[in-house]
Ligand binder design. Structure first.
Ligand SMILES: Nc1ncnc2c1ncn2[C@@H]1O[C@H](COP(=O)(O)OP(=O)(O)OP(=O)(O)O)[C@@H](O)[C@H]1O
Ligand SMILES: [Mg+2]
Length: 236
């Protein structure tokens, strides 16, 4: 299966951010979406979730046409979303947050995640499972947000800057968890600033600039292309 994005356009009010974004993410691969701050990476994720009023273009997950569905229906169709802001219920325990996230997969071929197997990826959260999520550290809340989305058993997942502001130890847990998603056959779109980390777990790289994808290639191709990095990523 594939997550397919075609000619995606949209923005905020009169400001057009996406000017025809095209790419695909296959199951079992991690694709990193790079770009300077403010280029529209988060906007791309929002548009895939159909959360951008007035957006145009086509989005498809496997045989399901996502265009025109509500964000909730996109999620139900099997596309999970971990937004930049950590979305947890602060007054509920870690366990309760995970239980609320639980959902049968949209597609029978999608593997289901168990709470135990997620806790095994980050035992610290298991130790704190009875604690209200509001008392967790930033890194623990981020992992809980990711785990909660995985409890919904998505086939594809969009993860927007999961490691921002996190300590190196937690960044490792995020990386390990994403590697596990890949192994389980999810289609992963990762927006990430930490280049070394994201490249180490990615299969392909997309670079955004001027509202388009300006580079699409393997991690090796990206590493070999200094020009792309200079033109579209480094801050001059
Ligand atoms: N809710 C909003 N209303 C108006 N403009 C917005 C809104 N959200 C984002 N923008 C603008 O749209 C452009 C793209 O923003 P987006 O959040 O997609 O960037 P990004 O690539 O995710 O970068 P970063 O996460 O570093 O900010 C930016 O110029 C931003 O200021
Ligand atoms: Mg962003």
């Amino acid at each position: 299966m594939k997550l397919v994005v075609r000619e995606l356009e949209g923005g905020y009010g009169n400001v057009q951010v996406l000017r025809g974004v095209n790419f695909e993410v296959n199951t079992g691969e991690v694709v990193t979406l790079l770009g300077r701050n403010g280029t529209g990476r988060s906007t791309t994720c929002k548009a895939i979730m159909n959360a951008l009023p007035g957006q145009r273009g086509q989005t498809r997950w496997g045989t399901t046409d996502l265009s025109g569905l509500s964000s909730h229906e996109v999620a139900r169709a099997g596309v999970g979303y971990v937004p930049e802001e950590r979305l947890i219920f602060t007054n509920l325990s870690v366990d309760e947050n995970l239980q609320i996230g639980r959902k049968a997969p949209a597609n029978t071929s999608t593997p289901t995640w168990t709470q135990d197997e997620l806790y095994a990826l980050f035992p610290r959260l298991h130790e704190r499972r009875k604690i209200k999520a509001g008392f967790l550290s930033g890194g623990e809340q981020q992992m809980l947000t990711i785990f909660r989305t995985l409890m919904g058993n998505p086939g594809a997942i969009l993860i927007d800057e999961p490691t921002e502001g996190l300590a190196p130890k937690i960044v490792e847990v995020v990386a390990k968890t994403i590697a596990q998603m890949r192994k389980r056959g999810l289609a992963v779109l990762l927006v990430e600033q930490k280049l070394a980390m994201s490249l180490s777990i990615s299969d392909r790289v997309l670079v955004m600039g001027h509202g388009h994808i300006v580079f699409s290639g393997s991690v090796a191709d990206f590493r070999a292309d200094d020009q792309i990095r200079r033109q579209w990523l480094e801050v001059n």
